[in-house]
Design a protein around this ligand. Structure first.
Ligand code: NAD
Length: 321
């Protein structure tokens, strides 16, 4: 059986092993494949039976050009890059990795929040630049430092990651409130469900953990920001388009939002003209919340299990049943 991985580098830049997948056949791994070159994508899949993709699109045309293709496995949770309907018409199961990094992404949301509270990166850098040596006093700090104990964290999207973030925040002494369309008992054990408007009005910190849907796109916009407390901190390691970036820029400039820390932006990799790059009090990281080795190993294990289940004749994690 021929197996092709179109863009394996971000999942495994060299610190993991593809051997679990290799055990099933003749494996070719490409670090990356040009995302817009559909001829090249089809050429690389060639007569393979199994293809893995992370972000490389597999369109209806690509599927049509690959008559031997029988199984598409996405090395991620989101599978919008695959034309799942076209695959279904050909009887090709498409699988994903439903969950692998809940704790890592929750931990990262708190890391972004703690950066807004202490600015550890900035203080480390200025110490190395000599600012402490030349300080008139035995200490200095360049930002207001913030204690979280007793403050209110509002979580929009109280699912796996949202609830895990809430549990960590509680350990820091925070009061957790949440807005979710589908409240559940495990959520009630961690925090109090409120309406979106109540959350916006009551939160000292707002962390986004809902999926990107038409109903959630731009949920952080100027109207909703106006309903928030002055000096609110906003965290986003869910999806970039949840935030209207121009509105966020304006709110950071005016001070209405004290800090915005995000791991995701509207278009990735970030574009040179992204307005957030010149916003003050804005921390941006390159979509790394998911990427600790432990999480990627879990992703790899599930990718292997998906292939094994296909080979055994009863595929799991199928998104186009
Ligand atoms: P999940 O499905 O367990 O939780 C999502 C929650 O959002 C659910 O409880 C759902 O009811 C709720 N929701 C849906 N629509 C809503 C709405 N309109 N308003 C409020 N809540 C709504 O998903 P999860 O595993 O917790 O992942 C959450 C998100 O985290 C993902 O959708 C993804 O965008 C993001 N994520 C980011 C990274 C990263 O590396 N930065 C990694 C993994 C996931």
């Amino acid at each position: 059986m021929k197996i092709v991985i179109l863009d394996g580098y971000t999942e495994n830049p060299g610190d993991l092993s593809w051997s679990g997948i290799e055990a099933f056949g003749d494996l070719t791994v490409y670090d990356r494949t040009p995302l817009n070159d559909h001829d090249e994508i089809a050429k690389r899949i060639g007569d393979a039976e199994v293809v893995y993709t992370n972000k490389t699109p597999i369109t209806r045309e690509t599927i049509a050009k690959c008559p031997n293709l029988k199984f598409i496995s996405v090395l991620a949770t989101g599978y919008n890059i695959v034309d799942v309907e076209a695959a279904k018409e050909r009887g090709i199961p498409v699988t994903n990795i439903p969950t692998y990094g809940t704790m890592a992404v929750a931990q990262y949301a708190i890391a972004l929040l703690l950066e807004c509270c202490h600015h550890i990166g900035h203080h480390n850098q200025t110490v190395k630049e000599g600012k402490w040596q030349n300080s008139a006093d035995w200490t200095y700090w360049d930002y207001p430092l913030i204690e979280l104990d007793g403050k209110t964290l509002g979580i929009i999207g109280f699912g796996r990651i949202g609830q895990a973030t809430g549990r960590i925040a509680k350990a820091l002494g925070m009061k957790v409130i949440a807005y979710d369309e589908y409240p559940n008992d495990s959520g009630r054990e961690i925090g109090t469900y409120v309406t979106l408007d109540e959350l916006l009005a009551q939160s000292d910190v707002i962390s986004l953990h809902c999926p990107l849907f038409p109903s959630t796109q731009g949920i952080i916009n100027k109207d909703n920001i106006a309903k928030m407390k002055d000096g609110v901190i906003i965290i986003n390691d869910s999806r970039g388009p949840l935030v209207n970036e121009q509105d966020m820029y304006d709110a950071l400039e005016s001070g209405k939002v004290a800090f915005f820390a995000c791991d995701v932006v509207s278009s990735e990799p970030i574009k040179a003209d992204n307005v957030l790059l010149k916003a003050k009090n804005c921390y941006i990281t390159p979509h790394i919340a998911w990427a600790p080795k432990e999480s990627r190993q879990r992703l790899m294990d599930i990718a292997v299990a998906n292939l094994k289940a296909y080979v055994d004749g009863s595929p799991i994690n199928v998104v186009n049943p």
